[in-house]
Design a protein around this ligand. Sequence first.
Ligand code: ZN
Length: 279
Amino acid sequence: MAPRERNSLLCPNCRKLISASEKVCPYCGMKNPSSFMNRDFLGSLIRNPYDLIKIIIGVNVAFYLLTLILNPSAVGMSGNPLSMLSPSSNSLLLMGATGVIPIDRFGAWWTLVSASYLHGGVLHILFNMIAFRQISPLVIHEFGLHRFFVIYTGTGIAGFALSYAAGVPFTIGASASICGLIGAILYYGKSRGGSFGTALYKQVLGWLVFIGIFGFLVPGINNWAHGGGALAGVGLAFLLGYNDKKTENHWHRYLSMACIGLTVIVLLWSVVRALYYSF
Ligand SMILES: [Zn+2]
């Protein structure tokens, strides 16, 4: 990336290096690219958009380790691979698992955000992070960094809200958000069309069918969260648009900052709360 000089900046829209005195970006035509209201805070924190994938995986791993450390004697060591190295339910509840129990009993609506960063075992987090690592670069490429994070956060909340409404008592995992990213690509492929779009659409539709079949065969899978996440992903992709149709604008940047603010506050709260009640 080009070095930043004192009197130059990256256009928040097209990310090309321009003079700070430009009233209109000479590359993409954006008005007032240097004004405070148009600043791209996320883009200036994360120079390479794909680094956000590593950060999210890192937070998931850190949260998983923390739920193990909070109550090490209760960590599941059973031979069942799906519950191998599973944190205690109590640790998960403290850190922000969601569902009817945390929300109705404790009024913990914030868990609709935190639950996406918690996992119930080493295979659970491994499978989710592999799927996340697989789908995310495509979503960032087609929708941009800001819309990616809005879709990721919004579909997690939507998936868990639907599973709460359906009466699921206790649930965790990144898969509602991952199904949301898959839903966004499903919409993108269908909407874009052509050979690339159609092939993509068919591929991710196959993934969703597989996730659906897997969810009905294996007990303990939250199909409401998966379905709600995927539907919300289609809906958000339609509402927000994608790069081929509409480049990211300041509303997308505001929305992503709101999602980041919400996520950071909720995750900090969940850590502080868990440490306070554990020690
Ligand atoms: Zn520009």
